[in-house]
Design a protein around this ligand. Structure first.
Ligand code: ASP
Length: 481
């Protein structure tokens, strides 16, 4: 019998996980699911992250040292960053077009929009912001009572714990100089960067620095170091193979836990929340699916040609399904690397350099979602963002997606900065918070697919792409002797 490809097994695990969660929600077993099944999902993410950090370190050192020539490294590095930047800005553009055409925020009933507008005016006057668009309900005696009621409500909304945590995180990021992001990339203690999962950019900096210096020392000294690095890399890749054998079961646990936490013992509540945010969710989803199924394949067709539409998805299936279930491009990175190398045929020299950087800085899905979210939130508060403000969104969403850690909900935290940049209330993330986890799953798939696309383009440009149709991509993770 033909063996089922790994990504199908993962999809089956995912579906069964969701079915289990729905069942446990209606039967009142949510506590059991969260206590006894969900921990295996956490173990799975821990295992993947455990591999991801050293993998980034060793794979970049090996990639840089194996390229051999600092000049071609510089050219490739420049090209990589430029293409990453272009795909991000393009994704934001798509997001802005969709949200301005569909106008999901205006599809909410008039009374709620007026209430929203009043709460925005209260907040803006508290912050000392000038409201320039001529609408001013606070000055209108007809709305005086309503304004007072809403003012109380706004205060209690802000107290919502999960949101205020995120606001604090973003606030910390704000108290900095303009060059702070640059300072943050250069570690003063590399072991600190290693032990704090979020400091991927510092690890990348160190690895490139180390790899380049390896090129400049005598080869009798550098050779043993490089074979140690290459050998260790093999060990980590073997770990990925082993973990992936159990992925379908882990994914079952992961999805059962995520959905159970959302639904609790009352699935009706979730459906209600989704109804209210359905147009927003559909707009984000539409943009993300467009990127996955149309834009990336089109880009590949134009620039790479060698990778067929079906072959791309067959090859990337395991990474995409894993990105969906873990909501973390960092956790997915080890698998993305194997898929891109073994199935798309990208040379290790390229993938080991381009993909770890991509997982950290290139988040097309996140930036597209941030653009839609900001304009949607403005629309539902009766605020029309000007072209100038939308350009600021392009800029800040690009930077915010670069700065987002590759972990669940990081995009939502960084959205605070984007909202802030155009004078909107950062606490509004509370509005879209309930549907964020689901959208996060889709945007992580886009983030990972975008990295794979760009690495194929770079590899092809360097003559290092050897695509051949793999019979069954599940073999990618088979344990070989
Ligand atoms: N979860 C996303 C990722 O890991 C980041 C985000 O958009 O929240 O790629």
């Amino acid at each position: 019998m033909k063996k089922l490809a790994l990504h199908w097994k993962i999809i089956i695990g995912m579906v069964l996980g969701i079915i289990w969660a729905l069942l446990s929600s209606t039967m009142g077993w949510s506590a059991f699911t969260i206590n006894w099944i969900d921990p295996f999902g956490t173990i799975f993410i821990n295992l993947l992250k455990l591999i991801a950090v050293p993998l980034v370190l060793f794979s970049i050192i090996s990639g840089v040292a194996n390229i051999g020539d600092p000049k071609s490294l510089g050219r490739m590095g420049g090209k990589t960053l430029l293409i990453y930047l272009m795909t991000t800005v393009f994704a934001i553009g798509i997001g802005l077009v969709l949200v301005n055409v569909i106008k999901p925020g205006k599809l909410i009933d008039e009374q709620s929009r007026i209430d929203n507008r009043i709460s925005y005016e209260i907040w803006a006057s508290e912050q000392g912001y000038e409201i320039k668009d001529g609408i001013n309900y606070l000055q209108d005696p007809d709305f005086f009572e309503r304004a007072q009621e809403i003012s109380e409500l706004t205060k209690s909304e802000l107290k919502e714990a999960s949101v205020s945590d995120k606001l604090e995180t973003a606030d910390k990021r704000k108290e900095t100089t303009p060059l702070q992001p640059l300072i943050d990339i250069v570690p003063d203690n590399f072991f600190y960067s290693l032990s704090n999962n979020g400091l991927m950019l510092q690890i990348i900096f160190f690895a490139i620095f180390f790899g380049v210096c390896l090129l400049f020392i005598p080869s009798d000294k550098s050779k043993p170091v490089l074979s140690f690095v290459d050998g260790t890399l093999e060990v980590f890749l073997k770990m990925v193979d082993l973990v992936m054998q159990a992925a379908p079961f882990f994914v079952f646990a992961l999805l059962a836990g995520v959905v159970s936490k959302m639904a609790g013992d009352d699935i009706g509540k979730v459906i209600e929340i989704f109804k209210g945010l359905s147009w927003y969710s559909l707009t984000v989803l539409g943009g993300l699916l467009l990127m996955i199924f149309v834009i990336y394949p089109l880009v590949l067709k134009i620039f790479v040609k060698k990778i067929p539409y079906k072959g791309f998805f067959k090859g990337m299936g395991p990474a995409q399904t894993l990105a969906f279930s873990t909501s973390s491009s960092a956790a997915t990175l080890p698998v993305t690397m194997e898929c891109v190398e073994n199935n798309l045929g990208v040379d290790k020299k390229i993938s080991s350099f381009v993909l770890p950087i991509g997982a950290t800085v290139n988040m097309d899905g996140t930036s597209l979602y941030q653009a839609i979210a900001v304009v949607f939130l403005a629309q539902m508060h009766m605020i029309d963002l000007t072209i100038g403000q939308q350009l600021i969104v392009v800029m800040t969403a690009t930077l915010a997606s670069i700065g987002s850690a590759a972990v669940p909900s990081a995009g939502l935290v960084m959205l605070i900065i984007v909202l802030d940049s155009v004078g909107l209330n950062p606490a509004w993330i509370a509005i879209i918070f309930p549907v964020d986890r689901i959208l996060d799953m889709f945007r992580t798939v886009v983030n990972v697919t975008g990295d794979a696309t760009v690495s194929s383009i770079i590899a092809d440009g360097e003559g290092m792409l050897n695509y051949r149709d793999v019979e069954s991509p599940s073999e990618t993770f088979e344990i070989k002797e």
